[in-house]
Design a protein around this ligand. Structure first.
Ligand SMILES: Cc1cc2nc3c(=O)[nH]c(=O)nc-3n(C[C@H](O)[C@H](O)[C@H](O)COP(=O)(O)OP(=O)(O)OC[C@H]3O[C@@H](n4cnc5c(N)ncnc54)[C@H](O)[C@@H]3O)c2cc1C
Length: 495
């Protein structure tokens, strides 16, 4: 007999009545069920995990989302919200046989209130479009993931996304002041508003960063920030990562607050040069990209201080962007770094871990050692000011290196945790790191997370299998995914 594991919900199959109900409510063209079209939704940026959903619903309003979730709730069918699918932790990976709720049609900017420095958007609006909508008025939206041209505000809210300028301005959580939120049973709640400090418990704080496991955001109120008077972008080339790491600590210790401090190592510089030729210093073992913004006098003083610190730490070339085009090119090198790896390797795995800033040089050395031990190259590009590392493990899947790459990525994460860091800085836990949660949290911590989740979603239908490890499958055993005993002897399979 085959026992099917993998879902507390048991076998998932969509009742025909649910499909016809959704077609009637949303219109035929907004309910996708053709197998070849469903494949578009089988994974997010973590392409190693795939599952084909049974149906994709494309609502255009809060009421539509309520209709879809009510139908799923009644039929006990699991669902997952999807923005642009750029997530890197498998957060938007569907459950086989479940429903994907794509927010792609909900991409309107609903209100711009410059007096209150707020903007109200639907979840499918792309991150960069928020800034573009208000730039002419002298405002911008601060959280700036490198994927900002396509990733959506709904996805950013779910992942509490960050970006280069979050060092000074804070993460998504610091910029969301209100949400219209549809709960897994289809009820709708209004949380917060335009004020910074709403009354009652901080439910916004619970929802931002909950990775689509508590419900679906359908209307989001965001803070806007005034465009600074001036921006100065500096590039410093160092012979080694160690020297650049010490410079980062020096800058922070000096009390200067740049809006961004980004670091790239030799391999990443090489890939970026191939891909977009940003003209980083030749022969550099590391570059720092430091950006300052604010009033002119302060920025000039701080820039001089940073140049002094970098020179003292051994920078052999320091230059400032001379024009907007020059600045854009320097940033293009950094923002294209992930994709640029495609120029020097067939496959790569993006790790995302955090270390205390003061431990950066030590952890970077450890990564170098691990890379040599495993015989796989690792490129490092990261938000150095936040201690948020993104080691890129390069491998060749066709040569059978996938599992080996994964082991190396796990070992790097262990090094981050050993240094007092954490599992993820901004890409989320998703399905990728659910099994690693017990390395950082105790069983009691995980039970509390689970209870919170059940308070929102008693049936366990909202993005199941993400973030919190399913105890019987992997939660008891820290480390990478292992086969369950029943799977090993062939009497059970994972769905
Ligand atoms: C090249 C590249 C660079 C990247 N750089 C960065 C970076 O600098 N910083 C960073 O933080 N991330 C980065 N990312 C990761 C990714 O872009 C972010 O996590 C982003 O927020 C995901 O948005 P999305 O619209 O693609 O969401 P998706 O991938 O579609 O979904 C992500 C999660 O959000 C949930 N979700 C989506 N919409 C909603 C909603 N309306 N309500 C509730 N839950 C929802 C999904 O269920 C899923 O769990 C990068 C990714 C790539 C590919």
């Amino acid at each position: 007999m085959q026992i099917r594991l993998g879902s507390r919900l048991g076998d998932v199959s969509l009742p025909a009545s649910l499909v016809s109900e959704l077609r009637a409510a949303l219109g035929d063209t907004h309910v996708v069920s053709e197998p070849e079209q469903l494949r578009v939704y089988e994974c997010d940026g973590l392409t190693g995990h795939r599952a084909v959903p049974e149906l994709v619903a494309l609502p255009s309003s809060t009421e539509d989302v309520q209709t879809v979730l009510r139908a799923c709730h009644r039929a006990r069918v699991p669902f997952v919200a999807r923005g642009a699918g750029t997530g890197l932790s498998g957060g938007a990976t569907p459950m086989a046989g479940g429903v994907v709720v794509s927010l792609a049609r909900m991409n309107r900017i609903l209100e711009v209130d410059l007096e209150s420095q707020r903007i109200v958007v639907e979840p499918g609006v792309a991150n960069l479009d928020v800034t573009l909508a208000v730039a002419a008025e002298g405002f911008f939206y601060a959280p700036d993931p490198s994927s900002q041209q396509v990733c959506t505000i709904g996805g950013n809210v779910a992942e509490n996304s960050g970006g280069a300028h979050c060092l000074k301005y804070g993460f998504t959580a610091h910029h969301v002041t209100g949400l219209t939120f549809v709960l897994p049973d289809g009820d709708v709640v209004e949380l917060g508003g335009k004020a910074l400090d709403p009354d009652g418990p901080d439910l916004l704080g619970v929802i931002v960063g909950s990775e689509g496991t508590l419900g679906i955001a359908t209307r989001i109120t965001l803070r806007l920030v005034r465009t600074p008077q001036t921006i100065r972008t500096l590039l410093a080339g160092f012979r080694s990562m160690d020297a650049a790491g010490v410079a980062v600590s020096g800058i922070v210790a000096a009390g200067v607050m740049p809006s961004a401090i980004e670091m790239m190592d030799r391999l990443t510089i090489e890939a970026a040069e191939y891909a977009v030729a940003p003209h980083y210093p030749e022969g550099a073992g590391a570059v720092l990209l430091v950006e300052l913004d604010g009033v002119v006098e302060q920025v000039e003083d701080d820039a001089a201080e940073i140049e002094r610190i970098c020179a003292e730490c051994g920078a052999f070339e320091i230059r400032a962007a001379e024009s907007d085009a020059d600045r854009a090119l320097l940033w293009k090198g950094r923002k294209s770094a992930f994709a640029a790896m495609g120029r020097i390797a067939t496959d790569y795995y993006v790790q995302d871990g955090v270390v205390p800033r003061t431990r950066l040089p030590e952890v970077l050395r450890k990564i170098e050692e691990l890379s040599a031990e495993h015989g796989l190259r690792v490129g490092n590009v990261f938000h150095a000011g936040d201690g948020n590392l993104h080691p890129l493990v390069l491998y060749d899947a066709e040569a059978g290196e996938t599992e080996h790459a994964r082991e190396l990525a796990e070992a790097i994460l262990d090094a981050c945790l050993d240094a007092g860091g954490s599992l993820t800085g901004e890409h989320g836990v998703g399905m990728d790191k659910a099994c690693s949660m017990p390395r950082m949290f105790s069983e009691r911590d995980l039970r509390v997370f689970e209870r919170l989740r059940r308070a929102f979603d008693p049936l366990g239908i909202c993005n199941p299998g993400k973030v919190i490890p399913t105890p019987r499958l992997c939660g008891e055993v820290p480390g990478p995914y292992r086969l369950h005993a029943l799977e090993r002897i062939g009497v059970a399979e994972r769905l």
